[in-house]
Write a protein that binds this ligand. Sequence first.
Ligand code: FMN
Length: 255
Amino acid sequence: MDLDGRTVLIVLAHPEPASFTAGWARASADAARAAGARVIWSDLNAMGFDPVEGPRHYRTPPAPFDPLKAHEAAVASGTVPTDAQAEADKIAAADLIVFHFPIWWFGPPAILKGWLDRCLIHGALHDVDHRFDTGRLRGKRALFCVTTGANAVECGPGGKEGDVHLLLWPLAYTLRYCGMAVHEPVLIHGVHGYFEGAEEAALEVRLSAALEDHARLIREIDRHPLIPFNADTDFDETGRLRPDAPSHSPFIRRP
Ligand SMILES: Cc1cc2nc3c(=O)[nH]c(=O)nc-3n(C[C@H](O)[C@H](O)[C@H](O)COP(=O)(O)O)c2cc1C
């Protein structure tokens, strides 16, 4: 995907504008702009985005409250909550969505999970007839830029903090469900404020170097590999992976 003339949405989930994660998001935006892209933002904490789905967001919520039916009814009546509609419009406009967030308790911060819960609107951005290979967000790409406090060994295969690629898989699969292609995540490990002296200086050097490399990655995003997912045809009519189909992840392993 040549970014020239494309739209890049930066989704930032971090409460501190001076954090490395937020600075990294600005570096993505600068690199995308330099490559000719139009950049739009969802700085979730700065927006005060409410990530908690519930009936109070809807003009006429179904009772008992069913979030999928609430989405559908709101789409049909043109009463999708304003904040969720604004985000859905950004998603619809974006060719590439770059997510920036730290790992918090082995997953994304809750504000990002809730953004997906509320803004991937059922009946608009996905429905039962449009998911996976027929997803409504086909043609769009996503990239996760993620910091961890733990080091690279701890976050790798066999590491005691769990393989971050696995921790991020449900998030990637959420986007795949909606039809998107998802790049392999970019990970920066060992980011925290508890280093002192020489170690703190070494971290600064490492982080500055990472930001310089990052501009090239964004500019040449096409060269960055995609996470492999199964095609719809890899599953039988019951939804089980066919014996001859590849298993790309322990989340969908051969029975
Ligand atoms: C609530 C919370 C939970 C965290 N859980 C993890 C974790 O599961 N794994 C990990 O490696 N780091 C964890 N951390 C550390 C953060 O990932 C780390 O502080 C962050 O990536 C640093 O980037 P920043 O300076 O941009 O915030 C956690 C931090 C917080 C605040």
